[in-house]
Each structure stands twice: as structure tokens, then as C-alpha cells.
Design a protein. Structure first.
Length: 315
């Protein structure tokens, strides 16, 4: 049943609550509380910005990929990330904000992007590690989002997850190839995993006790799991993969807990996380400067497209 905006507020609200309780989707034309809309804009925009800013660390290696095959794979992956950003900006636009507004919020620092992309990519092994751990964490977080309560976001996630899953496998395959190579290559992989393990755990957000948004987002069906639940799932998933690769995860507290049926693990440096979120991470300034420059360089394209659209409308 669809209700129009002419229905009284309490009827609209009850209809919204009932849709959420049935685990059904809220669609763009449905009535929704302002807080629900704002939370979705914040999360979807942050997600879209992460995909676009996330092109930079790996993009750094396109011109230096070790073979034509690796270069073609990396180019395709980075291009996919641009596509994910575009699906997500489109999903956010159904909530009444424009892509230009969101881009301006990003480049003025009013909206965030994932902390993980503030770390540098220092060796080619980082391309594999990002695929394995960063896309791996992204999948853990995003598969439940395919069932998020907001229709356009959930549908965008289905396609994004299929592509992320392919990205994760290509990263794992790259690392497995290097692990079968020379001692130097194996050392490169281990050094890269040492740098990315803790930042990958931070991708799931602060611990539940310090997460101001989780309770309400779960009640609205926007998030389907808490930050700590997904972090645990990621650790449990990664341990056997690390063993199969032959790399050590850099956490002395990491141990299987028979009673819980999960691994116990140490805590990332949450102060380092907060500094990154506030814009003081190792590469924040560089990432933002690059994004601002790209936006300014693209001004002529936006102007030409607007002029062309106006001409078409007039004819
Ligand atoms: C789980 C969470 C990230 C955070 O839960 P929430 O309930 O929203 O927040 P919570 O109350 O727990 O936190 C308190 C505050 O901390 C902020 N904050 C938290 N964590 C982070 C963080 N890690 N980085 C920066 N900020 C973070 C949070 O915004 C909030 O601040 P606010 O209140 O706004 O001032 C959620 O938004 C989500 O699932 N997003 C969708 C997934 C998504 O965005 N994925 C993107 C990466 S994957 C990818 O791009 C694929 C790829 C792979 C390889 C290469 C290229 C691309």
C-alpha cells in the first residue's frame, strides 16, 4: 500500500514504522522521518565519497604495475570504484540532495570518507593487500547492507558487492602469487599486511559502546549489524585466509576462543582512528587536495554539459 503525503502525520508515521517492522523497503516517494532521511544521506554520501577517494591509493600504482596483465586488472578495478561511487551518489540523490551538493560537502570537509584511504600505498604488494583486506572488510560490511531498509541503497549494494567480491579475489590471487615468489616478495607482502591490518579493522567504525549512530540506525533497519559484530566476522574470516597465504596477522592477542566460537583479538589504536576521521591522518591533506583539483579541472565539462542540456531543452 502506498500512502500520499496528504494523509495525517500520525498515519504516515505508523505506516513507516509498520514497513520497517515487516523488514520491507522504504522507497523514495514514501514518507520518512527527517532523521531517517538525514542518516541515510550521511551514510550513503560517506560511502560514495569513500569509493571516489578510494581510487587514489591504488591509482598510485597504475603506471608502475609490473606487467600488462596486472595493469589491466588494476585499471578495471579502479574504474569499478568510480562506478560504485556513481551508483551511490544516484541512490543519495533519491533523497533530495544533488551530487554537486554532496561533492561540495566532501571538498569543504563537512562530509567524511572512510579512514582507510588516508594511508599511503608504499609498495605494489599494497595493491594485493587492499584487495584482500580492504575489499574484504568492505564486503563484510556491505553484504548486510543489501538488506538495508532503504530500497535504492540496498539495490545499489547488490551490484557493488558482486564487484567487490571479485576485487577481493584478485587481491588474494596477487598476494598468493607473490608468496610463491622470492624471499623479497614474501617480505613485501608481510610488511604490507602489517601496515594494513589495523586500519582495516578500523573500517567498521568505533566500538559499539562509542558508536553514537548504531542503535538508531539498527532500529530503522539502515544497519543490520553492529560495528563490533562485523569486525568479529571479518577477523574470523581473515584468519584462515592468512594461514593459507602464509602471512602472519600482526596481533599478538589473536587467538581462537573455543567457548565463544570466535577469535579473540586486540584493539586497534582508536586515537589514531579519531585523528584520521578529524582530517589529521597521514594522507588526508593529499587526498583532499587531489579531489579538489579534479573537481576544479572538471568545471568545463559540467559547464559544457549544462549548456548542451539547455540548448536541447530550448530546441
Ligand atoms: C559502519 C559505518 C562505516 C559507520 O557506522 P555509523 O553508524 O555511520 O557511525 P558510528 O556511529 O559507528 O561512528 C561515529 C562517527 O565516526 C564516523 N566513522 C565511523 N567509521 C568510520 C570510518 N571507518 N572512517 C571514517 N569515519 C568513520 C561516522 O561517520 C560517525 O561520524 P558522524 O556521526 O557522521 O560525524 C557505516 O557508516 C557504514 O556501514 N557505511 C557504509 C559502508 C562504507 O561507507 N564503506 C566505505 C569503505 S569501503 C569502500 O569504499 C570500498 C573500496 C575498497 C577498496 C578500494 C576502494 C573502495
Amino acid at each position: 500500500m502506498t500512502l500520499t503525503d496528504h494523509a495525517p502525520d500520525d498515519v504516515l508515521e505508523r505506516h513507516f514504522e509498520a514497513t520497517i517492522a515487516r523488514n520491507d523497503r522504504i522507497e523514495p516517494r514514501d514518507w520518512m522521518p527527517e532523521g531517517y532521511r538525514k542518516t541515510l544521506v550521511r551514510q550513503i554520501a560517506q560511502h560514495a565519497h569513500s569509493e571516489i577517494i578510494g581510487m587514489q591509493p591504488e591509482g598510485n600504482w597504475i603506471s608502475r604495475a609490473p606487467s600488462l596483465r596486472r595493469k589491466a586488472i588494476l585499471l578495471a578495478k579502479v574504474q569499478d570504484e568510480a562506478g560504485h561511487g556513481l551508483y551511490l551518489y544516484s541512490a543519495a540523490e533519491t533523497l533530495g540532495v544533488s551530487r554537486l551538493e554532496l561533492t561540495e560537502m566532501l571538498i569543504s570537509g563537512r562530509q567524511k570518507y572512510s579512514s582507510i584511504f588516508n594511508y599511503p600505498t608504499l609498495s605494489y604488494a599494497d595493491v594485493g593487500t587492499i584487495g584482500w583486506l580492504v575489499d574484504g572488510a568492505a564486503i563484510c560490511n556491505q553484504v548486510p547492507l543489501c538488506r538495508t531498509s532503504y530500497g535504492p541503497y540496498g539495490r545499489a549494494m547488490i551490484r557493488v558487492c558482486k564487484e567487490e567480491s571479485f576485487h577481493q579475489r584478485q587481491g588474494y590471487e596477487l598476494l598468493a602469487t607473490m608468496m610463491r615468489g622470492t624471499d623479497e616478495q614474501r617480505a613485501m607482502v608481510q610488511e604490507s599486511v602489517n601496515r594494513f591490518w589495523w586500519p582495516a579493522l578500523m573500517m567498521f567504525g568505533p566500538p559499539d559502546a562509542d558508536s553514537p549512530n548504531t542503535a538508531q540506525s539498527m532500529a530503522w533497519g539502515i544497519k543490520r549489524n553492529t560495528n563490533d559484530e562485523l569486525r568479529q566476522k571479518f577477523v574470523d574470516m581473515s584468519v584462515p585466509q592468512a594461514e593459507a597465504l602464509g602471512v602472519t596477522l600482526p596481533d599478538p592477542e589473536l587467538i581462537w576462543n573455543e567457548e565463544r566460537g570466535h577469535h579473540d583479538f586486540g584493539q586497534p589504536d582508536w586515537e589514531e582512528f579519531m585523528e584520521g576521521v578529524k582530517g589529521n591522518g597521514p594522507c588526508n591533506a593529499q587526498r583532499m587536495a587531489h579531489r579538489r583539483r579534479a573537481h576544479e579541472d572538471g568545471a568545463w565539462v559540467r559547464e559544457a554539459a549544462t549548456a548542451y542540456a539547455a540548448k536541447q531543452a530550448a530546441s
